[in-house]
Design a protein around this ligand. Structure first.
Ligand SMILES: Nc1ncnc2c1ncn2[C@@H]1O[C@H](COP(=O)(O)OP(=O)(O)OP(=O)(O)O)[C@@H](O)[C@H]1O
Length: 232
């Protein structure tokens, strides 16, 4: 598995006229497990942690590396290995039809439009979306759209998939479907989620509260810690 490393990383943002606010306190973590969940209350800092992994957020101090590559210094190389799945798939589905959207993901790795079309259709078939290949992405259900967004990410052959609340907008059946797809990946998964059932199926669970890591361990330990925070 790849190694995601946060080395004394902190993130601060300016508060207009009032100095700075720390949205992630100094954090050191080495993540090598296949499936790592990040849980915590709204606004605690989970997305900030996730976005550091592909450079969408930059550390104010410290370093983030993926397999030894610094996310800021070697940003382009890191982004080629880290796929990012957003809560709202609309953030990443930009082409008119499903097959064109997957082709866009393949533009760097598969040269030649015919080969790219063929590969894109294979990717869609692998996710049960082949019959929607020529449909508008807007005609898909929420679950299908999230699946398509994930297919697009996987088409780039990342070694790490970061998913930021990928099931938050979905109903139970689609949550199960996307959860199953994510937890079955061969890639390393960093999953930000409010779904404790999904977190429970990961190998390691990190709990964030008020901008800091307050628990980090097995799902049973970490979820118990989180629920004790919520219930007090
Ligand atoms: N660029 C920014 N400028 C100012 N404040 C920010 C910025 N990015 C995040 N924040 C604040 O930092 C805090 C942590 O945000 P973050 O999105 O990491 O939380 P989260 O745990 O993912 O929340 P949620 O579960 O609601 O998605 C929030 O209070 C948010 O408003």
């Amino acid at each position: 598995m790849p190694e995601i490393r946060f080395d004394s990383v902190a993130v601060r943002v300016p508060l207009p006229g009032r100095g700075e606010r720390e949205i992630l306190a100094r954090t050191t973590l080495t993540l090598t497990e296949p499936r790592v969940a990040v849980i915590g209350a709204n606004g605690s800092g989970k997305s900030t942690l996730a976005r550091l992994v592909n450079g969408l957020v930059r550390p104010s101090s410290g370093h983030v590396t993926v397999d030894g590559r610094d996310v800021v210094r070697d940003g382009a190389a890191v982004r080629r290995t880290v796929g990012f799945c957003f809560t709202d798939p609309a953030a990443q589905l930009v082409m008119p039809t499903c097959v064109e959207d997957v082709e866009l993901s393949l533009r760097r790795t598969v040269p030649g439009s015919e080969a790219r079309r063929e590969r894109a259709l294979e990717v869609l078939a692998a996710h049960g979306l082949e019959e929607h290949a020529h449909d508008s992405v807007h005609s898909l259900s929420g679950g299908q759209r999230q699946l398509l967004a994930l297919a697009g990410v996987l088409a780039t052959e990342p070694t790490v998939v970061v998913a930021d609340e990928p099931t938050t907008l979905l109903d139970r059946a689609n949550t199960r479907r996307i959860g199953h797809a994510l937890l079955g990946l061969s890639q390393q998964l960093l999953l930000v989620t409010h779904d404790l059932d999904l977190a429970a199926r990961c190998d390691r669970v990190v709990v964030i509260d008020d901008a800091r890591v307050v628990a980090d361990g097995t799902p049973t330990e970490s979820i118990a810690h989180y629920t004790s925070l919520v219930d007090t």
